[in-house]
Write a protein that binds this ligand. Sequence first.
Ligand code: OVV
Length: 399
Amino acid sequence: MNETLDIPELDLDPYAEQHLLDPYPMHARLREAGPVVRLKPYPGVVACARHEQVHAVFNDHATFISGAGVGLTNFDLETPFRPKSLILEADPPLHTQTRAVLSRILSPKAVTAIRATFTEVAEALVERCVAKGSIDGIHDLAQVYPLKVFPDAVGVEEHGRENLLIYGDMVFNSMGPRNALLARSAERMVPVTEWIMAHCRREHLRPGAFGDQIYQAADAGEITHEQAPLLVRSFLSAGVDTTINGIGNALFALAHHPGEYAKLHADPALARPAFEEALRWESTAQTFYRTAVRDCKIAGVPVAANIKVLCMLAAANRDPRKWPNPDRYDIGRRPSGHVAFGAGIHGCVGQAVARLEGEVVLTALAKRVRRIEVAGPHTRRLNNTLRALDTLPLRLIPA
Ligand code: OVV
């Protein structure tokens, strides 16, 4: 019996440099090949690139589990590079418990409480960028902002924060194959692991901040004290490199679409939809996997137990079956239903904080900057999971 023979197979490696540099032609090929596609280099994988199937897989967490890892590696067969995340790489009932704690710490009420500070920092940073005139959109803005506000909110000291960049790069590379990108990340990680572990401990976290609130939940018996540092680790893993590139990609989108930026400048209240559309158009987390726990079907296509299901969020977010004119960056569209934050029970628990960061940075720009010009060629930082820029030369023309 070999039912997988029914599934179209493409001889394509999504992690090849060509596809990481420009994934969109590959996305189109995968979407058009069928609702479920096999990849010749990865026999244990099926890929879904259409919105309907990505959404369906994410919404059936009982069949498509996270506990065997949400990258290419099956944790039931290979040891993960770090102890498994208690939320990302967990299923109910464990996931239900840990999610409740993180969800409360990152609740709308908590986001309201940090809003004023996040806004002030964004305004001051944009002011400095405007004074410079010519900036690197990544190193002067997109990277500086989350690296200041988010560790502040978690309660991590200033010294050594650049370690979070190395760690984020490693975590997201680890979800792909063991290629040169992962090897390079792992090398850079050697002197960093200890710093990360230490900064997950209570004595290194500012009392009252998000990190400390995890320990308060342990004090209250909602989780154990052994679980607490690993949950703080989730903040440090998921909270920095993601928002950096979300903001970086939004700057890229706006710099390359002066008409859209003009609309934003004319009405800074469009900052939130402009950021949301950037998430759809250029999704920060390009892919996450699930693992089929049993023989099942996706779109009527048989998928065997233990198969890894590659969910291509970025491809789903440009699926012409879902979006009119999907390749157009249009801040006037309603991009709700995009899967840049995932969907279902594992949908990004920090998305309100991510949206706040994007909104206040774009609002500050919209008010202070009349035009954003591309001042030179950008460069990419290739990562197995993230859509990331390394440099983005920009000229800011003040209002
Ligand atoms: C969503 C996400 C990305 C990376 C790491 C984690 C979560 C984690 O929980 O460690």
